[in-house]
Design a protein around this ligand. Structure first.
Ligand SMILES: [Zn+2]
Ligand SMILES: [Zn+2]
Length: 384
């Protein structure tokens, strides 16, 4: 998909001030949020686009760079990163993080957002990419992945204090949060922010643990097993709740966002739920017809090539119906198509040469008639 101008994406003009940008962004982000549009790739794409545009345009340094140099002047992934390591380009994980930063702890969709304590106390989200083969995508798979992340410190058992004792914060009285009631265009909302003195924890550590320096977390790893359903598409993601970074000082963990990527297949081309592969055949097979065994995603199947089959013809053999990939929502698998490629032999044996020469005499030199629809099929086969 070609990238659209960031201003166009948000539907604002180039002179729009921050307030206008924000309003436009909030409206569109809510409209296209994936939680409201499950299994809608179009909405997901728009959601990413809207977040990317806003991340750049709200930034006082990036916006002039974008105005002057366009996309070359800005790096959306870097803008989105804000402490996040790894990742390529601006993807759905970046978009969701950008969204959460903007909307904070408000529980917009009645989901799991928000908590008893301020969100600063929650561990960060982690994102990984998971590369899948078409074979794995076709039947679903279980994948073990190792994630680098913050884990609870074992020395202090995540408490952050060497002795295990803390004192109650005198500013927030131990709740860790400061509440404010605000009116905004979304209606009246209770805004909750972390207490500055205790960083949202409600307690103050007087003797920090030497291992984690009082944070309660250290760098570590977790190996987790992921069940990937069949039919996922490039860029689909799943959120594994509670498997992001451990929260500081026993705070709730963040989430792990797993973004799927599709490994290119040496033989098969994916078109949604359908598969397309090339079928090279000899000229005599194209002329006389043949039964031939072809590879499929799950094994092999025998298909019939009719006499007089032209090169470039795309076949949808009965034997390959349903040999594609199922839909993400449990829809039936698509079909496996074959694109016939009649291969002209470049090297001939002595016998072959004799036979071709004989054929040349019989066929003569009058140009052959092109079959009706030949060029339509060529266009169909090789795409726009
Ligand atoms: Zn510790
Ligand atoms: Zn406090």
């Amino acid at each position: 998909m070609a990238k659209r101008d960031y201003y166009e994406v948000l539907g604002v003009d180039k002179s729009a001030d921050l307030d206008t940008l924000k309003k436009a962004y909030r409206k569109l982000a809510l409209q296209y949020h994936p939680d409201r549009n499950p299994n809608d790739a179009g909405a997901e794409g728009r959601f990413k686009e809207v977040n990317e545009a806003y991340e750049i345009l709200k930034d006082p340094q990036k916006r002039p760079a974008y105005d002057q140099f366009g996309y070359a002047g800005v790096d959306p992934a870097a803008a989105a990163a804000a402490g996040y390591r790894g990742g390529v380009g601006f993807d759905i994980g970046d978009a969701l993080r950008a969204f959460m930063r903007e909307f904070g702890g408000f529980d917009l969709f009645g989901g799991e957002a928000g908590g008893q304590r301020a969100r600063d106390h929650r561990g960060g989200d982690r994102q990984i990419r998971l590369a899948l083969t078409l074979e794995e995508i076709a039947i679903g798979s279980t994948k073990k992945v190792r994630v680098n992340k913050l884990v609870p410190c074992t020395t202090c058992r995540g408490r952050g204090s060497a002795s295990g004792t803390t004192v109650t914060c005198d500013v927030c009285g131990g709740s860790g949060q400061l509440r404010r009631v605000q009116r905004s265009f979304l209606g009246q909302m209770v805004s909750v922010s972390a207490c500055e003195k205790c960083g949202g924890e409600g307690e103050i550590v007087r003797d920090p643990c030497p291992t984690c320096r009082g944070s309660g977390v250290v760098q570590g790893q977790e190996t987790i097993s992921l069940n990937i359903p069949p039919g996922v598409m490039e860029g689909n993601y799943m959120t594994v709740r509670g498997h992001g970074d451990a929260g500081p000082r026993s705070g709730p963990p963040g989430d792990l966002i797993v973004v799927m990527t599709e490994k290119p297949h040496p033989v098969f081309e994916r078109h949604g739920r359908d598969i397309l592969s090339d079928l090279p055949i000899h000229p005599h097979q194209a002329v006389l017809g043949v039964h031939i065994e072809v590879p499929t995603l799950g094994g092999t199947a025998e298909v019939e090539i009719e006499p007089g089959t032209i090169s470039g013809k795309v076949l949808r053999p009965r034997q390959l119906r349903g040999k594609g990939i199922p839909g993400r929502g449990g829809q039936d698998p698509g079909d496996h198509y074959l694109r016939v490629i009649v291969v002209t032999p470049a090297k001939l044996s002595v016998d072959e040469r004799k036979l071709w020469e004989q054929l040349a005499k019989v066929s003569g030199s009058v140009p052959p008639k092109v079959q009706k629809g030949f060029f339509d099929r060529m266009r169909e086969a090789f795409g726009p």
